[in-house]
Design a binder for this molecule. Structure first.
Ligand code: IMP
Ligand code: MG
Length: 174
C-alpha cells in the first residue's frame, strides 16, 4: 500500500485549523476550556489548534483503540486515560482526527460525561459521514471526506504516515 492522491494540502489544513480555532475561541470567550484530545491520531491537529485558542485552555489526553492494523473499525472501543482527567464541572471540548463509524467519539463522549463535565462539545478535523454507524454530534468540523482511508497530519495506517504534512488517500486500502 502506498500514498494516493492528496486530498488536503498543508496550506489548506493550516487555514482550516485557524478557522476552527477562531470559532472555538469565539464560542468560549471568557470561559476556561478543557480540551480532551484522543490519542494518537489527534496529536498533530490538537497541537496546531491549540495555537489559536488563547491562554485559558487545558489539554488532556485519552487513548482510544478500536483499529488493529486494518482499515475498518470493530465497534469495540477501549479507552485508556493518562493521569486524572480534570474535567469535572468544566466545559469540555473533545478533539479527534476523524469520525468514521462514530463509535470512538460516542465512547469518549460517554466517558467524559460520566466524569461530570459541565458541558461537552466535539471538534474533529475530518468527517466521513458515509461510514456512520452511530449518530454523533460534531460541533466543529474541518472537512468532509469520502469513503477512503486517509493518512497524514497525524492519521496513520498501521502506525505509518503520521508524519506527512498533508492528508492523502491510502492507495490500495480502505
Ligand atoms: P470510528 O470509531 O469508526 O469513528 O473511528 C474513529 C477512529 O478510527 C479515529 O479516531 C481514527 O483514529 C481511526 N480512523 C478512522 N478512519 C480513519 C482513516 O481514514 N485514516 C486513519 N485513521 C482512521
Ligand atoms: Mg483516533
Amino acid at each position: 500500500m502506498g500514498i494516493g492522491p492528496v486530498l488536503f494540502s498543508g496550506e489548506q489544513i493550516a487555514q482550516r485549523v485557524a478557522e476552527l480555532g477562531s470559532a472555538v475561541r469565539r464560542d468560549y470567550e471568557g470561559r476556561p476550556l478543557a480540551i480532551v484530545a484522543v490519542l494518537h491520531g489527534a496529536v498533530t491537529f490538537v497541537s496546531d489548534l491549540l495555537t489559536h485558542l488563547g491562554p485559558d485552555v487545558t489539554v488532556e489526553f485519552l487513548q482510544a483503540s478500536s483499529y488493529g492494523s486494518g482499515t475498518a473499525s470493530g465497534g469495540q472501543v477501549t479507552l485508556q486515560r493518562y493521569g486524572r482527567l480534570g474535567v469535572a464541572g468544566r466545559d469540555v471540548l473533545i478533539v479527534d482526527d476523524i469520525v468514521d463509524s462514530g463509535h470512538t467519539l460516542a465512547a469518549v463522549r460517554k466517558a467524559v460525561e460520566a466524569m461530570g463535565a459541565a458541558s461537552v462539545r466535539t471538534c474533529v478535523l475530518l468527517d466521513k459521514p458515509s461510514r456512520r454507524q452511530v449518530p454523533v454530534a460534531i460541533d466543529f468540523r474541518g472537512f468532509e471526506v469520502p469513503d477512503l482511508f486517509v493518512v497524514g497530519y497525524g492519521l496513520d495506517h498501521a502506525g505509518r504516515y503520521r508524519d506527512l504534512p498533508y492528508i492523502a488517500a491510502l492507495k490500495g486500502g480502505g
